[in-house]
Design a protein around this ligand. Structure first.
Ligand code: AMP
Length: 333
């Protein structure tokens, strides 16, 4: 274990995390939060880097949030690094779950200052078990969690269409993380473009004292958007999934060169590419990049072109991948 790793404090309870952050803030330090679901890749670490440029202290959270998954989704098989339990440690972590070595080492190397990895962020009801806050599997116990945050309109299109429970879960857990970590800045990736817009709106509407920053998408050398879920793709499916980023690149060029004029031309061409590759389209949509409202033509830029599609998983079922580009703005990234 490197000395960096040893120095990376890990907090598993809200109270410990909050106390530590408050001490930092008392010393006049600005705090940034990078929320993640772990199984970290360079995309996550680019957010840590961006956070370091904007604050003195960077806290990364690792938590696979059950309330943003429905019972039929991939909560149980979502990629996780194996967690370690420290037994009889002199460092006061007895019996608590610690972040996976891989994620810790990566965060330490990226210069992160602390990790928040709670076992659960929801009231635990005796006997409810892990995943009892997955939508559709919730316990009916009267003491279970029942307060949620919803951003009404912005959550409806795109991912909200096929995952109606999703943004309620995201906004609720991000609200909790903001209350626990009290960040001055929170850094999100534009890979989850709608999530970034929804959280920005929540922060504005509910007067959170947090600056929300959205960073560009990090891609593999062949163009595939980095994602923890990529680890679940079979090698053949990973190759086929490249049609998503190729479709985005085609649209950027076609729009810039004036080869297409209608949003429907763009979406039907990309749908064709995905179906030809054996993927199952969830959505291919072009929307106003600012308010995620409908657009009537490609002149109304910046336009968000967002894609979600399923490809075969190597274990079971499919992997749902999302990607996007902002037409008319892509060159700036
Ligand atoms: P996740 O662990 O997938 O919930 O993602 C945590 C944060 O990392 C979110 O703000 C994501 O948008 C961001 N993120 C995930 N993948 C990428 C990527 N390829 N490039 C930039 N940010 C990303």
């Amino acid at each position: 274990m490197s000395s960096d790793e040893q120095e990376l404090p890990v907090f598993t309870t809200a109270a410990d995390m909050r106390n530590w952050v408050r001490k930092q803030k008392k010393s006049g330090r600005k705090v940034a939060l990078v929320p993640t679901m772990g199984y970290l890749h360079e995309g996550h670490l680019s957010l840590v880097k961006a956070a370091k440029e904007r604050a003195d202290i960077v806290v990364a959270s690792i938590y696979v949030n059950p309330t943003q998954f429905a019972a039929h989704e991939d909560f149980d098989v979502y990629p996780r690094n194996p967690v370690r339990r420290s037994i009889g440690s002199s460092r006061g972590f007895e019996g608590q779950t610690l972040p996976a070595l891989d994620d810790r080492a990566k965060l330490a190397a990226a210069g992160c200052h602390a990790v928040f990895e709670p076992e659960s962020l929801y009231v635990s009801v005796p006997g409810a078990g892990e995943g009892s806050n997955v939508v559709g599997r919730e316990t009916q116990h009267p003491d279970s969690h029942e307060t949620y945050v919803t951003v009404e309109r912005l959550q409806r299109p795109l991912c909200g269409g096929s995952r109606p429970h999703f943004f309620r879960g995201v906004c609720t857990v991000v609200t909790k993380l903001f209350h626990i970590c009290e960040p001055d800045v929170a850094v999100f990736g534009r890979k989850d473009y709608q999530q970034w817009r929804v959280i920005s709106r929540m922060v504005r509407d509910l007067d959170f004292a947090v600056e929300v920053v959205g960073m560009p998408i990090c891609r593999e050398p062949d163009g595939l958007a980095m994602s923890s879920r990529n680890a679940r793709l079979s090698p053949e499916a990973r190759e086929k999934a490249l049609c998503i980023s190729r479709g985005l690149a085609w649209a950027e060029a076609a729009v810039a060169e004036g080869r297409v004029s209608e949003p429907s031309e763009v979406s039907s061409h990309i749908r064709g590419l995905i179906e030809e590759a054996g993927g199952k389209v969830d959505y291919v949509e072009l929307l106003d990049a600012g308010n995620l409202g409908p657009i009537s033509d490609l002149a109304s830029q910046p336009t968000l072109l967002a894609i979600a599609a399923h490809f075969p998983a190597k274990d079971r079922g499919t992997v749902r991948l999302i990607d996007n580009t902002v037409l008319g703005e892509a060159k700036k990234e």
